[in-house]
Design a protein around this ligand. Structure first.
Ligand SMILES: Nc1ncnc2c1ncn2[C@@H]1O[C@H](COP(=O)(O)OP(=O)(O)OP(=O)(O)O)[C@@H](O)[C@H]1O
Length: 293
């Protein structure tokens, strides 16, 4: 078990995280927040690339800093921007990293074969990576993070720049890896984690806002989410009165999806909230969100 125990992080006087408390068991955790909320900072601390200003991170009861190499032996990490050699093939690159990680040759051979199959790159294993799409490169990234068969796999915004098909493929790979390890995946895109994460962690104002299942977080808006239609001339007034989650124009009318404390009009239709609704609701005033969508 991995435990983040009362962790705070400051860069100089600038506080990014304040008293973070988290526990991870095997399964997929989606770390979901707009850019700038501190996801990378938390992930870098989990990967021992940065250290908490206060608090500690424990793996099976021992501070990961003290575990040192023993911790890195069970850790797989895919950073936001991972460095690969464009002129290498994925196979050559993975052999190179396996050697750096101290895997013996026959173990490496077997493992690389399995991993290239897992990520669907066996057919192009000898092709130079400079010809690869963003999705293929990210799959090489997963393979490199999985070389040591880690108990903890951490991926920082792994789907950035991928198209929907590649995202879907990525999700399937992660699901297949989740059975007997902790997977922590950071993203600002709800659909990346909605269908695969056992738990979603949402951060706001330097703190953990929610750590719960998709269903339980979605229920935060239960009874408060509605749809209705109004005339075009009433649109501005309606927007001023309610928090709008979505709107569209159709047949000369405005259709709003919006949040209100309770049903105030017979014409309003209560709808089941999704994780995306809660995300938009929670980060409505968040300046960082505008740049991330
Ligand atoms: N080395 C640093 N020195 C000072 N401020 C930093 C440093 N690294 C990050 N920050 C600031 O800390 C805040 C959180 O950054 P962080 O990268 O952890 O956010 P994030 O949620 O991962 O966003 P992104 O996905 O854009 O990286 C941001 O305001 C960022 O500008």
């Amino acid at each position: 078990m991995l435990v983040v125990e009362n962790v705070s992080k400051q860069y100089g006087n600038f506080q990014v995280l304040n008293s973070i408390q988290l526990e991870f068991q095997n399964g997929i955790y989606g770390l979901l927040a707009p850019n700038g909320a501190g996801k990378t900072t938390l992930i870098k601390m989990l990967a021992t690339l940065m250290f908490p200003t206060k608090g500690e991170i424990l793996y099976n009861g021992t501070n990961i800093v003290h575990l040192d190499d023993k911790y890195r032996d069970v850790l797989g990490y895919l950073p936001q921007h991972f460095g690969y050699y464009k002129n290498y093939s994925p196979e050559k690159y993975l052999f190179y990293l396996a050697a750096l990680k101290g895997l013996n040759k026959s173990t490496a051979k077997q493992r690389i074969k399995e991993l290239l199959t897992l990520v669907g790159l066996e057919d192009v294993r000898h092709k130079k990576m400079k010809k690869f799409s963003g999705g293929m490169i990210q799959r090489v990234g997963i393979a490199q993070a999985m070389l040591n068969d880690p108990k903890i796999l951490i991926l920082d915004e792994p789907t950035a720049g991928l198209d929907p098909k590649e995202r879907s493929r990525f999700r399937k790979i992660l699901t297949s890896l989740a059975r007997d390890r902790i997977i922590i995946l950071s993203t600002h895109i709800v659909s990346d984690v909605e269908s695969i994460a056992n738990q979603i962690i949402m951060m706001k104002d330097k703190k953990i806002l929610y750590k719960d299942t998709v269903a339980d977080i979605s229920n935060q808006l239960k009874g408060m989410l509605f749809e209705t239609q109004v005339s075009l001339t009433e649109g501005d007034q309606f927007r001023a009165n309610y928090q709008i989650i979505g709107e569209r124009q159709e047949r000369g009318k405005l259709f709003f999806r919006f949040v209100a404390e309770q049903k105030q009009d017979e014409s309003w239709i209560e709808i089941s909230p999704t994780l995306e609704d809660v995300f938009l609701h929670v980060y409505e005033d968040d300046q960082t969100l505008a740049g991330s969508m």
